[in-house]
Write a protein of this length. Structure first.
Length: 421
């Protein structure tokens, strides 16, 4: 029989060579068990078999501040490459606040739910703790410190976190995360098994606590030859949808990498929403998405300290121009490197001037991650250019310019910097 670690949280995982095979096994294995107090009554109605997917879709990606690869730059690059692959398949990335997920995930080992492990191993732990491996013994020893009332506090908090997470799903087809942040060495695991386990579970430990569906799929190989992987997550019961997208991704990337893909049939594809009659061959051809324009006025200009953030993200300088004569430029204090703040004057005021800027083209996924990392008081809004068009660009919160030096008369950030040298 199965001996669960935490019976109220555990679920059966299925490992297979393809998403289709995993779905077939899950289809046979699923089913409501009235003798299981934690079984879902609706399980018999859940399907796992892959279905057609839309040609265009939306998927969540974590904000830059929540991405952690423990110094493994190749793992970070592999995830960026996977996101780009999803974009090429027709996806639009949406930056998601991962904090509710991470808070829930921390409860698995740091919260009172760990006390449930006594149900499986408590008797053995009490009788002869030395028979347990050291990591499990340490977990059970830590479980002793939790009071029963803490369980109810944690359950209430978990319900609120589940509601926050639930608000995401209507706008997303799935959430995309790295399967693991890095590959620890055997020596590292032996030296700190609990720490390494917690690190490896950064993007997974919340799955069962939040009652989510999850599917991990290969995502090619890194430059050092190690494999990479991504995980698709959705609400409970979304398994068929995840299997459908996972099969499509697995087939596309396996074919591109030259892997043996005879057992990977192409996943069926639906037209974009709203549905329009489209020949099957045409719907399979997904063009690279158009780049997104972003206007920069300060440290991201060509030759300035932060311009490398744009070029590293695949940015390309589209043109140099100016704003409409409706803006003021300020030198923001206490910024490193030095940065300006662009502020639009109120309609009807005749105090604005034209400010020099650059418009850069960014791939959609790079634009999303770039914008998510912009620190306050800077922000992104629509900037009116001298030709009357509007593009997304750097602006500044109004409160930040109080007491800041108005440098509008220089006509641009670079002119101002030259005057200070």
């Amino acid at each position: 029989g199965v001996v669960p670690a935490c019976r109220s949280l555990d679920c059966v995982s299925i490992f297979a060579g393809t998403c289709a095979d995993a779905a077939r096994v899950a289809e046979v294995a699923r089913g409501f068990d009235p003798a299981d107090p934690y079984a879902h009554a609706a399980e018999d109605a859940v399907s796992f078999l892959p279905q057609a997917t839309p040609a265009s879709f939306r998927f969540g990606i974590p904000a830059l501040r929540h991405r952690e690869f423990l110094g493994d730059n190749q793992a970070s690059a592999a995830f960026d490459a996977a996101v780009a692959d999803w974009v090429r398949l027709g996806g639009t990335p949406v930056v998601v606040d991962l904090q509710p997920f991470l808070e829930a995930g921390a409860m698995l080992y740091e919260g009172p739910f760990v006390a449930e492990r006594f149900e499986a191993a408590g008797a053995l732990f009490a009788r002869d703790p030395d028979l347990l491996v050291a990591p499990l013994r340490a977990i059970l020893e830590g479980a002793r410190r939790h009071h029963a009332s803490a369980v109810f506090t944690a359950q209430a908090r978990l319900r609120l976190l589940s509601r926050q997470v639930g608000e995401l799903w209507p706008a997303l087809d799935f959430l995309l995360l790295p399967t693991a942040p890095t590959f620890p060495t055997l020596a590292a695991v032996e030296a700190d098994p609990l720490g390494q386990n917690a690190a490896l579970g950064r993007y997974t430990t919340f799955g069962n606590l939040l009652n989510l569906s999850a599917l991990a799929v290969p995502a090619g190989f890194r430059a050092d030859g190690l494999p990479a992987g991504v995980t698709l997550l959705g609400p409970w019961g979304a398994d068929a949808r995840l299997a459908s997208f996972g099969a499509r991704f697995h087939h596309a990337t396996s074919t591109r990498l030259g892997a043996t893909s005879a057992k990977l049939p192409p996943a069926p594809l639906l037209p974009s929403r709203p549905a329009r009659p489209t020949p099957a061959s045409a719907s399979m051809a997904v063009a690279d998405p158009a780049p997104v324009e972003i206007a920069v006025v300060g440290a991201h200009l060509s030759g300035e300290p932060l311009n490398g953030q744009l070029t590293a993200a695949g940015g390309r300088l589209a043109r140099a121009c100016s704003t409409a004569p409706r803006y003021r430029l300020y030198a923001l204090p206490n910024t490193t490197p030095a940065k300006p703040g662009l502020l639009r004057v109120a309609d009807g005021e005749d105090t604005g001037t034209a400010i020099e800027l650059e418009v850069w083209d960014l791939p959609p996924v790079a634009f999303a991650t770039f914008v998510a990392a912009i620190p306050a008081p800077l922000c992104i809004g629509k900037v009116e250019l001298d030709d009357g068009s509007r593009v997304s660009g750097f602006l500044c919160e109004a409160h930040a310019v109080t007491g800041a030096r108005d440098i509008s008369a220089f006509g641009g950030w670079k002119n101002f910097l030259r005057s200070t040298r």
